[in-house]
Design a protein around this ligand. Sequence first.
Ligand code: FES
Length: 321
Amino acid sequence: MTERSPKIEVEVSEVTEITPIIKRFRLVRPDGLPLPTFSGGAHVVVEMRDGPTLRRNPYSLMSSPHDTSSYTISVRRDDVGRGGSLFMHSKVRPGDRLVVSHPVNLFAMDHRARKHLLFAGGIGITPFLAMMAQLAQEHRPFELHYAVRSEEQGAYVKELRSVYGSRVRIYRDDQGEAVPLGRLIGNQPLGTHLYVCGPAGMIDWVLSTARELGWPDQALHHERFLAPASGKPYEVVLAHSGITVRVGSHQSMLEAIEAAGVDAPYMCRGGACGQCECRVQSFEGTLLHNDHYLTPDEKASGTKIMPCVSRFEGNSLVLEL
Ligand code: FES
């Protein structure tokens, strides 16, 4: 198990409604000292204590990495999700205290790139806001292509246009504007790196188009955090801890393990980083793998599971934890 950095207590200094479903939260240290440094693309895990329930959700840092007097995150309200975003929207106010993890970057920029080509869809814009602030400050070439449903629903559209001008292109779905992906990807200088964050379909489209056009995998970067799926409740036995944990319908296996007092490792909590990987000692039933970290062979072997997003259905599951 890897040792985690100590957590950081922060105060909410500002809550701003950006669109009807997106709020921005500014977080500062209560003692006024600077927060830990981070680089564009990093995220923090925000802990939300809601009565007996403790939720932990990852959010990209969107403020400039050159200013650590505060962190800013944007939260998109999900009315049918498991409650984390609703909690942030309905209960968190300026002056409240929250606990966040140290920043971790699973979507880092490659500084060997001669140019950075960024593709965002919807709330996937947030990591790019920090990246662009960093790239602009460091005088590195970049361009952003940002797909939104409409001008009104696109978060930060006006700010992006006014700060970055022609380095930003907005594509409004309600105006029939589509990202001219093939042309964009096919006309970049050698040494360009591509980054994409947004809905799963957009990520797949951008990556597969780039691969078809011959882009090497090391020049392609994406961030795809999944929300844990809901499902039928089940029990999991932790062999080393000697306890049996019940996982509720709207709870992840990782959340249930944590609620039982076991300190399990994690980093992204979205099936992407591999940090929470657990060895399966035995099972009778079906492992419902939802992550995109394990290979198809690893999933088929039935020896590993990622409890942040994956579930189980059946009679018994024993983990080496
Ligand atoms: S915490 Fe990252 S894959 Fe589970």
